[in-house]
Design a protein around this ligand. Structure first.
Ligand code: SRM
Ligand code: SF4
Length: 533
């Protein structure tokens, strides 16, 4: 073989190089060593990048205090697991905290590298994993937040989400088959009619759809019913993503699959992406760029080839025909006499005490189960009618209320400058303060979904919000100041579509009157009449 045959056509970028030198998952076996070396002495590439393959993120903003990102498939955990997470956070005092993320997940803060061996042992004991939750891996897989509870659901997503995670991560142990994708990859499964997972902003999404299957209908692997009948399955969407360079909603793959084929289709799509996705330029490495290059028909053919069978065409209509629900408050379950209760966790921020309390509530009143939503809130399911009255008297409900005010209710915020070095502004504290100030002045008769994100990476999903605020640099009186670009018109649930940027570079200090006017003009807010006493 000549030199030119072995030399890659494009020189590898920094990330491809570090992955080629050593697979990220290799650090799994080196945790004890890192712990004894300490964060300052260990190899910097391992520390800053490869540790993300086990969900451990070096934070340049708080050096030595790492972030840990879990994997919580379908956003579900139990009270024993929450208690272990709370204990981890508790040991760091004021520096320990946790955030519920926009992917139904939890991140822990303040982690010291010397504690990792013990933390991983504790996670293993209660069945928690952080594996492959960062860098060029598949992120936490989202599913319907009220799967198995909602009388109107079409499909209970829980088991399927778990199966996909198990396939990708080798049941949480780590899987080198999928540890070197060209870039991150997001998967979601919607099981209800309200698109609770924001299917359209995922690289791969499954949305409920019934297909008319006629007698004699033959296709490899599919049932041929005796009489014409509607069969439940999913239409498949691909390529949705947000990045600083480009944001796109997912497009139809023109494929309909039975639930039992979902895992295999996920695998086939991931293999096609892994082996063909563009790797030279990280700004162009997400799945949609490959689809652009190939066209959707060729992409579909390649997926069929990997799968080893032909796929059925998508149905014309899917079943997403409801407005999106936020699940805050008390709701009857399909199981008679049981309720699920949605608690508002302002901007998803928790401390150890709050986490212990949530675990206790789930045990005392529910079935020990705890769920997370993509709006960064918590649901406690399986609370019997008979104990609801006493549940309402719990003190923690003053902090994590079941009846929040309309702006706080729908507030979402990414991490921002407190911990994220990409951030151009502080987000979480500012978001809470701004909502409180606006609520003092305005009457609102409906929730308005306001999403804050600290930079154009869009982790806080400003494009799906009624009002999205994206951190940027602005100028005031000739001086650089923290500012936001304002997005309007994100539509979720049925007919979901992305909002667009309407105003650029509003200084944060001037934002309150701008939001005040927007809420009056577009969202029916009315100035409060102040009565002098
Ligand atoms: Fe994100 C990078 C936080 C959801 C798009 N995201 C980051 C990093 C890891 C950057 C860093 O190293 O500091 C942030 C960690 C900050 C920290 O300390 O918390 C970060 N992203 C988050 C979270 C925690 C925001 C939140 O407060 O909820 C979310 C974690 C989800 C999870 O549990 O896995 C989070 N990030 C998202 C989403 C929303 C979603 O998935 O629905 C997006 C847009 C959707 C998408 O990816 O298509 C998103 N994050 C990004 C990007 C841009 C990706 C790209 O293709 O360019 C980056 C930058 C990157 O990957 O290079 C990024
Ligand atoms: Fe950090 Fe930017 Fe993501 Fe916010 S949007 S968490 S600031 S990368």
């Amino acid at each position: 073989m000549t030199d030119s045959a072995t030399t890659p056509k494009t020189s590898l970028n920094k990330f491809e190089k570090l992955k080629a030198e050593k697979d990220g998952l290799a650090v799994k076996a080196e945790i004890e060593n890192f712990a004894s070396l300490g964060w300052e002495a260990m190899d910097e590439t391992d520390r800053d990048h490869r540790l993300k393959w086990v969900g451990v993120f070096f934070r340049p903003v708080t050096p030595g205090k790492f972030m840990m990102r879990m994997r919580l498939p379908n956003g579900i955990l139990n009270s024993a697991q929450m208690r272990v997470l709370a204990e981890v956070v508790e040991r760091y005092g004021d520096e320990g905290s946790a955030d519920i993320t926009t992917r139904q997940n939890i991140q822990l803060r303040g982690i010291r590298i010397e504690d990792l061996p013990d933390i991983f042992n504790r996670f293993q004991a209660v069945g928690l994993t952080t594996v492959q939750s960062g860098m060029d891996n598949v992120r936490n897989i989202t599913g319907d937040a009220v799967a198995g509870l909602d009388a109107d659901e079409l499909f209970d997503t829980r088991e399927l989400v778990q199966q996909i995670q198990d396939m990708i991560t080798n049941s949480g142990q780590g899987n080198s088959e999928f540890s070197n994708l060209p870039r991150k990859f997001n998967i979601a499964i919607a099981g209800g009619r309200d698109n609770s997972v924001h299917a359209e902003i995922n690289d791969l999404a499954f949305v409920p759809a019934f297909k008319d299957v006629s007698p004699g209908y033959i296709s490899p692997g599919y049932i041929s019913p005796e009489k014409s009948e509607k069969i439940f399955g999913f239409n498949v969407l691909v390529g949705g993503f947000f990045s600083a360079k480009r944001c796109d909603a997912a497009i139809p793959l023109n494929v309909w699959v039975l639930p039992e084929d979902v895992v295999a289709v996920c695998r086939a799509i991931l293999e096609v992406y892994r082996d063909n996705g563009l790797r030279a330029n990280r700004q162009k490495s997400r799945l949609m760029w490959l689809i652009d290059e190939w066209g959707i028909d060729k992409f579909r053919q390649e997926v069929e080839q990997r799968l080893g069978k032909s796929l059925l065409a998508a149905t014309e209509h899917d079943e997403i025909d409801w407005e999106k629900r936020d699940h805050i408050g008390v709701y009857k379950q399909k199981q008679p006499g049981l309720n699920y209760v949605g608690l508002n966790i302002p901007v998803g921020r928790l401390n150890a005490e709050g986490m212990f309390e949530i675990a206790r509530l789930a045990e005392v009143y529910g079935s020990s189960e705890i769920r997370l939503t993509v709006e960064q809130n918590i649901i406690i399911p399986n609370i019997p009618d008979s104990v609801l009255a006493s549940f309402y008297t719990e003190n923690i409900l003053k902090q994590f209320t079941i009846n929040p005010s309309p702006l706080t209710r729908s507030l979402v915020s990414c991490t921002g400058a407190e911990f994220c070095n990409f951030a151009m502004i502080e987000t979480k504290q500012r978001a809470i303060a701004m909502m409180k100030a606006l609520e003092l002045d305005l009457e609102l008769n409906r929730p308005v979904r306001i999403h804050w994100t600290g930079c154009p990476n869009s982790c806080g999903q400003p494009q799906v919000a009624d009002i999205g605020l994206m951190g940027t640099k602005a100028r005031k009186n000739g001086k650089p100041v923290e500012g936001v670009d304002i997005y309007i018109g994100g539509k979720v649930g049925k007919d979901a579509s992305l909002g667009t940027c309407v105003t650029k570079g509003v200084p944060c200090e001037d934002l309150q009157p701008v939001l005040h006017d927007l809420l009056i003009e577009h969202f029916g807010a009315k100035p409060k009449v102040l009565i002098n006493s």
